[in-house]
Design a protein. Structure first.
Length: 201
């Protein structure tokens, strides 16, 4: 299938970095040509590899599966016009490349959003997004997904600590509130996603 844009996009947008960013969490496309640049996405149970013109970006892959049991959240998500599967998954990618692991990643829901992640982890979660698909809505469904994202991060820490010891704590990011004299979680740039006070049980 080929798409042609009415107005051409500037070539400066088609950098390797931008293409990798867009393609990191594509779910069904496995081969795509963008402005003459061929991208091939290969998945195994434990890895995802993105090849761009012979250069490979390799990620360790963790899949956290969960079931949404809240009927109200499912109805809200369906909004009367689509069917939502109760069985959902969150895919987390850890870059194998040291240079890439220092990047600030975006939160994904298939494609990147405007929400930054403050830990060296790429998270693709089935959040319900705003109409422009750039930010996460505050709703019952997303409270459940948010809770499962933290469960996924804890699973990764438990697995990673067996290999990397204390370095597994790189997947946590805390801040300190001088006014309240307390620590707080600061994994996402969107405060709503850091709020575990209303975390689903």
């Amino acid at each position: 299938m080929k798409f042609k844009l009415k107005n051409p996009i500037k070539d400066t947008l088609f950098t390797e970095e931008n293409i990798v960013s867009v393609c990191r969490c594509l779910r069904k496309l496995k081969k795509i040509v963008i402005n003459g640049i061929t991208v091939i996405i290969t998945d195994t149970d434990s890895n995802r590899t993105i090849s761009i013109n012979g250069k490979e970006y390799v990620y360790k892959k963790f899949v956290h599966r969960f079931e949404v049991e809240d009927d109200q959240a499912i109805k809200e998500r369906e909004a009367g016009n689509k069917t939502i599967d109760r069985n959902q998954s969150i895919v987390c990618l850890i870059p194998e490349n040291t240079k890439e692991s220092k990047e600030v990643y975006k939160l994904y829901s298939g494609l990147p959003t405007t929400v930054n992640i403050n830990i060296p982890l790429i998270i693709d979660a089935p959040f319900e997004l705003t109409t422009s698909r750039d930010s996460v809505l505050e709703c019952k469904w997303n409270e459940i997904v948010r809770s499962e994202v933290y469960s996924a991060i804890l699973e990764i820490i438990n697995i990673d600590k067996k290999i990397n010891g204390i370095k597994a704590l790189r997947f946590l990011n805390f801040g300190y509130d001088n006014v309240k004299s307390s620590y707080f979680i600061s994994i996402f740039s969107a405060e709503y996603l850091n709020d575990l006070q209303n975390k689903e049980k």
